[in-house]
Design a protein. Structure first.
Lengths: 475, 475
């Protein structure tokens, strides 16, 4: 059975659905093929259940603020972790169902099955042969777990499997302190699990600025220990698991592995396409066109092995669809980088990370959020924000931070960086009072002061070059 | 006793201290004169204690989220309102002491007393005569309470006196549903006071967009009733107070009057200056130079009767000092307007309010925050945001909103408006997931769609005009 389509989308996750959204505006002659569960990684096992757990855990954690207000009963509050996990799944199921609904009305144009290229414009799904003018590969990714650890059975879970746990274990090792590991480790610690974190590198949460990373560690460690700088080793110990790293060993009930995700490339038949694959089996592609070589094939989302973030995956689906529809290769600007970890304090990188600033030695300004006015009110005044600016011009290049409500400061910074604004420009914007944004202003002022004589004592307000709207009058 | 100074600053509040901060960089020959308590309106009775109370009340209110998680003991939590008020004052005292310290080391250059102009460059304080090259008037403001209501004695308090209450009354009328009244009313309702709100106008919280105001009212009213559209009348009823408005009467233990603030102009001897005073006794001044007529006298802060916001007062102190120091009249651009009320949801106006958009009929896009992903996690998904854009260009002009965490969205919008960005520009910025900023994106997309054919189906990502940094390569 052979059918011809304008577009074949392989994968109904975030990137595939984003592509679908564009494709449907231009043609009805498409097919979307999906292997495995519907509902997107984001909604099923990624952003949504993890942030739901984080929000629930933080709500429970905030009883400590009530204790400082002498609220009667605050110290005795008790959370049932089985109820908690079920409530996380309930909301997660809602989110996943909403994502799954996007392909529910497609009838024969939605195929559940595994797709395999037999030629650049020919895809096989079971017995079916699909001929497509252009294809979009959006098969996503799956968590990395070393094979040897899989042998430990139910003692070990990846971040996808974790959300199916009906109860939380008394003790837990979280291996990998990137964003996912950090969020889950802290949340679980806050709901009463005895958590131990392990990280092979010397940075946590995707930070590259060691000053920020060190302070982040200082803020997080009082809640649960983090053992850094050595690859963890896992061994069965009865029903439990022994985790070793950095010369420390803990024996815990379970280990949660959060070592990142691997693109789902196997079985796609990419070797049939006549393009060079790298040592991880990835075809070469252009991240601005999403095109694979000069084929009518486009990548989108986690499968490309770049930034596994929802908003990037959605953009890639958009770009891939745009180019697939016209069998073209329009080159799009990618958005200003933005990465947020929903730990407390939030960890974020806006614009360029310190490590990625290779061509310039940036001027660095910083702010300490201890004693920050607004945050004092909720006893959450702590954190560090470092801003990187171009010497001379003061143009904002990037920032790294570990700050309460940092998600919002990171958006402000990423937007200013995206618009190529300077420290001086941004200092002319309004900062309300009392808000956490005033801490960002402190970092910007510090950066300005460190820029030195390039602009002598710049005014924080702009001089007016046009006539005032309200000339010389009381209001 | 006569002494000559370069600069005399009258008032040691936010504006006066901001001016002081600039003046000290350029001369030691200054004097700062203050009548009444030190420590700034913001720290003593304004922003800081009110936001502290709001944060405390919200922390207690959030027990309802714990109830939805079946947390044992959440429903039985009890708050002692006397303890609450004392904790608010404790933190308030810290903030006020920090402000007061800024004049503590000035010795004879700081004078406690009431200043009165006898001539443009001559100020009398008690027996002292101060000759100043230039003066800055920063005497602040005080709450407005009708004289007849003052006769009701301790039954009635203004928003300054309120913070001295040792206990909270069982029932309370809050007269005036501007920002201050709304914040206090909701916070007090959340800690168990039976609150009734009264507002003479048809808008609340400084909103001018009736669509937003109506929805704000719908969200707030389930917590406490608000009687709109008629001036309230207060009468003693035994030890209690009867409050009447909009055909409703309530008899409550106390009334909190939040009808705004009046500039402290009396006794300053402004009639000695030979400038025209308006019917409220305010001298004409230029809001871009802060200069009064062409005198060596500058206004700063609440005393000018414009926008009684800390960040504006600080700017005015800066401008006034800058011009006073050189006896000049440099004209400064004022920051993009930004107003935030820390109710829940936050109320905010960024850039121009709908009412202030007189010369253009804006294109209006909106977003409803019901079912907003991130907010669903804390069961706080509700709210409305309306964006005003220039027809044709899509340039952002303003926005009004009632949205959880709206303070942050308001900053993003105010900055984009300040930089004269269009809806299209802003849609090219990164929006992370899952964040409340995605709700802002919905409003921007709606605005873009309503802009019509002026730009046909604009791409949400920009086309790339320069060569890609990573040309045609896997990463």
């Amino acid at each position: 059975m052979t059918r011809r389509y304008d577009i074949a989308i392989i994968g109904a996750g975030t990137a595939g659905l984003s592509a679908l959204n564009q494709v449907r505006k231009h043609t009805d002659n498409f097919v979307i093929i999906n292997a495995g569960p519907y509902g997107t990684t984001c909604a099923r096992t990624g952003c949504m259940p993890s942030k739901t757990l984080v929000e629930f855990a933080n709500a429970f954690h905030n009883r400590h603020l009530l204790e400082t207000l002498d609220v009667q009963g605050a110290a005795a509050l008790q959370l049932d972790s089985a109820v908690l996990m079920q409530k996380v799944r309930d909301l997660r199921d809602d989110f996943a169902a909403a994502a799954a609904r996007q392909t529910a009305d497609l009838g024969e144009r939605s195929i559940a099955g595994r797709a395999r290229f037999v030629a650049p414009q020919r895809v096989q799904v079971g017995e079916r042969i699909i001929e497509a003018e252009a294809s979009i590969i959006a098969t996503g990714s799956r968590p990395v777990v070393p094979d040897a650890w899989r042998a430990l059975g139910r003692r070990v879970a990846d971040s996808d499997e974790f959300f199916e746990w009906e109860e939380l274990p008394p003790s837990l090792a979280v291996v990998g302190m990137g964003g996912v590991g950090l969020e889950l480790a802290q949340a679980l610690s806050r709901v009463g699990v005895d958590v131990y974190g392990f990280e092979a590198s010397n940075c946590i949460g995707g930070l590259s600025d060691e000053t920020v990373a060190r302070q982040a560690l200082d803020m997080l460690q009082p809640e649960f220990p983090i053992y850094m700088g050595a690859r963890a080793e896992l061994d069965a110990q009865g029903d439990r698991v022994a985790v070793q790293g950095s010369g420390r060993q803990v024996v815990v009930d379970k280990a949660l592995v959060a070592l990142g995700r691997r693109p789902n490339l196997e079985g796609l038949g990419l070797e049939q396409l006549g393009v060079v694959l790298d040592d991880q089996g990835r075809p070469r592609f252009n991240p601005h066109t999403m095109q694979v070589g000069d084929l009518p094939i486009y990548l989108a989302g986690d499968v490309d092995g770049c930034v596994p973030l929802l908003h990037e995956a959605a953009d890639e689906g958009y770009i891939a669809a745009h180019n697939a529809l016209q069998s073209g290769a329009l080159s799009f600007e990618r958005r200003t980088p933005l990465m947020i970890v929903f730990s407390d304090p939030h960890i974020a990188v806006a614009g360029q990370s310190l490590a990625s600033l290779k061509s310039v030695e940036p001027v660095i300004g910083a702010a300490d959020f201890a004693a920050q006015g607004r945050l004092r009110m909720t006893r959450s005044d702590r954190g560090v924000l470092r801003v990187y600016a171009e010497p001379g011009s003061g143009r904002l290049l990037g920032a790294e931070m570990c700050v309460p409500q940092g998600e919002h400061l990171a958006h402000l910074l990423a937007w200013a960086i995206g618009e190529r604004r300077s420290v001086h420009d941004v200092l002319r914007m309004p900062f309300y009072h009392p808000v956490v944004e005033e801490g960002l202003r402190s970092a910007l002022r510090d950066t300005r002061d460190r820029l030195g004589d390039s602009r002598k004592a710049p005014l924080e307000l702009a001089l007016q070059h046009r006539l005032p709207c309200v000339p010389a009058a009381g209001q």
